[in-house]
Design a protein around this ligand. Structure first.
Ligand code: CP
Ligand code: NVA
Length: 308
């Protein structure tokens, strides 16, 4: 039987995602009260990371340990992938040894090819195209802070990047409106936007996007792999910083979100990210709880996650 993978949010139905986030909230409460929950004992998670990470690596490793399993971290120097062993062969070999494989890669195609040849679930821990694990935590955070997200309006201000593409998928799956303000030439992938034309609007006006929004989101102007473009991007994103003036246009109960790492004074002003509307630390913490729910969903389908 083919395993379930989590390469984009669209790999799960709306009902499955809702169930998973409900479970994440439960797992968070259990963790807070110190309840032991070890459904994944004797299970092993391999992590292949081509790019740097703080939150994703720590949350997956800590989460797997809390669920009773173990993990092994592999940088590009630790495997033969970097020396030319085919992705397909690596997937066939590793998936005979471990129970789940978490991959952070440059090319999205890399995780797709890996998954096609893996006997065990593959989780996308960020590619140039998507960051679905981030969105699990982000939606959990909004729900905990303000209630259901269906029918709300989110404003993305900045680069139409991998996280933005996953917000588009989230708008489809969770039923909210997403207004995306980018400079010309930095729009999200047109094919992804086209799949969500009923819930996504593009603009080049950050103020119009923020007007009345329930959520204001941004991310770095230069993602991993775009370091050489930094100087040009600083010029092109002038006027796109999320500051208090922009936040005042949003709904008075609006929250500010950022996947982190953040660069204060560039895409966001310190007064906003460190201010009362910011939920960024909850977003970061929820990576742990949401991904534990994801691991449970993919690896322990007879467990509590499926009993609701
Ligand atoms: N938000 C996020 O994925 O952070 P890391 O790059 O630190 O994992
Ligand atoms: N868009 C950023 C997200 C980092 C978590 C990047 O890809 O570098």
């Amino acid at each position: 039987m083919k395993p379930r993978h989590f390469l984009t949010l669209l790999d799960l139905s709306s009902a499955e995602l809702e169930q998973l986030l409900g479970r994440a909230i439960e797992l968070k409460a259990m963790h807070r009260r110190g309840a032991a929950h070890i459904p994944l004992r004797q299970r092993t998670m391999a992590m292949i990371f081509e790019k740097s990470s703080t939150r994703t690596r720590v949350s997956f490793e800590a989460g797997m340990s809390q669920l009773g399993g173990s993990s092994l971290f592999l940088s590009p120097r630790d495997t033969h992938l970097g020396r030319g062993e085919p992705i397909e062969d690596t997937a066939r070999v590793m998936s005979r040894m471990v129970d789940v494989i978490v991959i952070r890669a440059y090319e999205h195609e890399m995780v797709v090819r890996f998954a096609e040849h893996s006997r065990v679930p593959v989780i996308n821990a960020l590619t140039d195209l998507y960051h679905p694990c981030q969105l699990l935590a982000d939606i959990q955070t909004y729900v905990e802070a303000r209630g259901p997200i269906a029918g709300r309006t989110a404003a993305w201000i900045g680069d139409g990047n991998n996280v933005c593409n996953s917000w588009i998928n989230a708008a489809r799956r969770f039923g909210f409106k997403l207004i995306i303000a980018t400079p010309a030439g930095y729009e999200p992938v047109a094919d992804i936007v086209a799949t969500a034309s009923d819930c996504v609007t593009l603009t080049h006006d950050p103020r119009a996007a923020a007007q009345g929004a329930d959520i204001v989101i941004t991310d770095t102007w230069a993602s991993m792999g775009q370091e050489d473009e930094k100087a040009q991007r600083l010029k092109d994103f002038s006027g796109y910083m999320v500051d208090s003036k922009l936040m005042r246009l949003a709904h008075k109960d609006a929250v500010f979100m950022h996947c982190l790492p953040a660069y204060r004074g560039y895409e966001v002003d310190a007064a906003v990210i460190d201010g009362p509307q910011s939920v960024v630390w909850d977003e970061a913490e929820n990576r742990l709880h949401a991904q534990k729910a994801l691991l449970e969903f993919l690896l322990a389908p007879t467990g509590a996650c499926r009993e609701h």
